[in-house]
Design a protein around this ligand. Sequence first.
Ligand code: FEO
Length: 397
Amino acid sequence: MLQTKQIKENVYAFKAINYNDLSFHGPVITTEEGSCYNAYLIIDEQITLIDTVDEKFSDEFIRRIKKVIGNKKIDNIILNHLEYDHSSSYEYIKTFYPEAKTYCSSKSDKVIAKIFSKNYDYIFVEDLSEISIGKYTLKFILTPFIHWPDNMMTYLIEEKILFSNDAFGSLIAQNKFFDYEYDLHELIKSSKIYYANILTGCNNLVSKKLKEIADIEFDYVCPSHGVIWHKNINDILTSYINWSNCLDVKNKIVIIYDTVWGTTETMAQEMATNLGEKGFEVRIFVASKHNPSMIMTELLDAKAILIGSSNLNNAMVSTVADILERIYGLKLKGKVGMAFGAYGWSGVHLKRINARLEEANIRTIHPDVYTNFNVDDGMVKFIEQVSDQLAEELNKL
Ligand code: FEO
């Protein structure tokens, strides 16, 4: 479905919801409700479309646009980001409005020819440059590498509306448009899952950009995913400041494991019990069973990440490798890591886990937390000691 909402007298939002698509940005995030794409239309002397939606909605999109503007033409199309969820219906829209000028970031000039089938006449804009579209002025705020080089935001100065594209997005895929129509706690939770999986790897850049835009007033913040922020703008801005600067780290440990015959699971449970009794919040996830997007979100405010795996063919279980690859992409900072696991004939897989953690910039401790076949009394004692050492280490942070 694709629904239209008038946000202000001259500004419209289009919300396309694909209830059937429970994966978002390819296989990266699993959603519970579906996927949602927003685009916006500004009516002025020049009519301006900001972003497009996934190509599955091309027909519905053009029908809804025409319902708003009738036979008038779109004069400008602003592509805040070239990733396909925002750009894949651009060429279809362009067939209806071939004269429309297309604006995109100067950082996109190297890749744009690979995205679209024709070489359209693009206008590449620089950071903080402006265009007049009549009584309104649009300012472009480039946000390179948050999360692609070409990302930018567009600010409608006179109405104080920020069209933020991927930034400030959420995984809400419901037909209500505005933040105040939802439970704020649920909304921030959804935004956090989105942030953890899409933007954590850009923490430094997000933090810097937030400082740069700190003095700008916003009446509306309009992302291209999820809800439009209006009454709770400070909440999402504060959350972004906290997440990007790792300010909300808790006394929390995340244990992620997978097990072939249950011994690694027993180790995970022993460690969880010990650490829980020492006052830590402990979250346990089975790599093959729990949603990886949720696991990544739980890492944001954790002090330590414990990764457990059985040895399978002299390697870690592949579901654990998937988790480690995701962790690597997040570029987490200031976390402590520890590998653990069971083996039958060789414990070499722990070396691989520790190496992957180190590659992911996670400081590892205690490289030899492995057991042969089972968890006997001696191993229970050893896990207690290891838990003590880990707790001591984390309490210093
Ligand atoms: Fe929603 Fe980076 O695309």
